[in-house]
Design a binder for this molecule. Structure first.
Ligand SMILES: [Zn+2]
Length: 413
């Protein structure tokens, strides 16, 4: 009886959510290309980034492009700043493909302001060739995901769970994932129904997600979602079974330029994401609590290394292989100490994000019936990119501030 009441409640809440939400499946407005820093497509984002960074490139080495998928989609990795940096910022966009709308917007916006002379004056000083700070921009780390509206890459891998050490690969091979038990409860019934997606899924999956959340608990769902899994290559949040081509590209870049980075003493990695938390509000999730000191004024700064204190950061205890391991899991050869912060901008309620992920993934692996795959791709874009001025303004402002705080922080190295 209790379960029935919960279920009916869940259905009502879900339907109200669908009705109220402007950015939910099928109710979004079209993305129209414009001159602003944000982009609708991979091609547009890439062109804008390249145009914005060009004034700062000193020679051909400063920007290198790496094809990472069969169709030759490329990652651009570019350097600006000191000729001999001791402080380094690595600013990353698009680790989760479709989430690149925000990260690429932040990069392009900041570079444009810098070349117009409207960026922070202090920061403009810091990155002069004779000063000590350099910035590596990793633009569209997962170009396939950005191009096709996927959170995962060309091998259906979640790049933010893929940076594993040999020992961790071994361990996952045995266990199937650090939260396999939790994930399996949701696997076939909710996350990965092994069949084509149909129209009714778009409104049935949401109450179903709420139903399973009530049955197994929101913490179990969150743990299953964020921890990822190793055993189902067609399932959402798959870690992959080896390091992905995108990371080979990053490795090649740093190894090619090892001389430039040989004096680095402190590195701060800033990886921009979307999809968790209140719309437009960013949660900083650093790899240690001490990193929060570099980012005064952040609405939320919560390390998931120790016990999480906020809702957004909760459930990360079992997570392995995030971009915080960029320098330890890959042979980049960057000397000195390093820190990492994930800047996560909220979009729509978490359960709707999961809903959109499930539908797009079903459509990708099993096709669709009676509705186009593009519909589900668009639904996923809408879950990770809230296309209105207010949201974009928050992302631009906070994205720029965190980048500048990272620059100031490593300049003291
Ligand atoms: Zn993400």
């Amino acid at each position: 009886m209790g379960v029935t009441v919960y279920f009916l409640g869940a259905v009502i809440v879900a339907l109200l959510g669908v009705w109220q939400s402007e950015s939910f499946l099928y109710t979004s407005h079209e993305c129209v290309a414009n001159d602003g820093p944000f982009s609708c497509t991979y091609e547009e984002a890439r062109d804008k980034f390249r145009a914005a960074i060009t004034p700062f490139l000193r020679d051909a080495n400063d920007m290198q492009s790496y094809p990472v998928s069969d169709e030759g989609l490329e990652i651009d990795i570019a350097y600006i700043g000191s000729k001999a940096p001791t402080g380094l910022v690595i600013h990353m966009s698009g680790t989760h493909g479709v989430e690149a709308h925000a990260g690429a917007g932040v990069q392009t916006d900041w570079l444009r302001k810098l070349s117009e002379g409207t960026g922070g004056k202090e920061v403009t000083e810091f990155i002069q060739p004779d000063r000590n700070v350099g910035i590596v921009f990793v633009s569209l780390l997962n170009p396939y995901g950005m191009k096709y509206g996927r959170r995962f890459n060309e091998n259906s891998v979640d790049l933010n769970r893929n940076l594993l050490t040999d020992k961790q690969w071994e361990s996952l091979k045995k266990s199937g994932g650090n939260a396999k038990k939790e994930y399996e409860q949701f696997d076939v019934p909710l996350f990965n129904p092994p069949r084509p997606a149909v129209w009714s899924d778009s409104w049935l999956t949401l109450p179903k997600a709420l139903y399973y959340t009530v049955i197994y608990g929101v913490n179990t769902l969150k743990t299953a979602v964020v921890t990822g899994q190793y055993y189902n290559p067609k399932g959402i949040f798959y870690t992959g079974d080896k390091i992905q081509p995108s990371y080979q590209a990053v490795t090649d870049y740093f190894q090619n330029r090892s001389e430039l980075f040989s004096n680095v003493r402190t590195t701060m990695i800033v990886d921009v994401h979307t999809g968790l938390g209140p719309a437009g509000i960013d949660t900083l999730m650093p790899d240690s609590d001490a990193v929060c000191n570099y980012f005064p004024g952040a609405p939320v700064c919560d390390s998931h290394a120790s016990e999480a204190t906020t809702e957004v950061a909760a459930g990360y205890e079992l997570v392995w292989g995030t971009t915080s391991k960029l320098i330890t899991a890959l042979p980049l050869g960057i000397p000195g100490s390093h820190m990492h912060v994930c800047q996560e901008f909220g979009t729509v309620p978490g359960i709707m994000v999961v809903n959109a992920l499930v539908l797009e993934n079903m459509a990708y692996h099993y096709g669709t019936s009676g509705v186009s795959r593009e519909t589900f791709q668009q639904g996923l874009r809408d879950a990770f990119y809230v296309r209105n001025d207010a949201w974009e303004e928050l992302v631009r402002a906070r994205g720029a501030l965190v980048l500048e705080q990272a620059i100031v922080g490593v300049s003291k190295a």
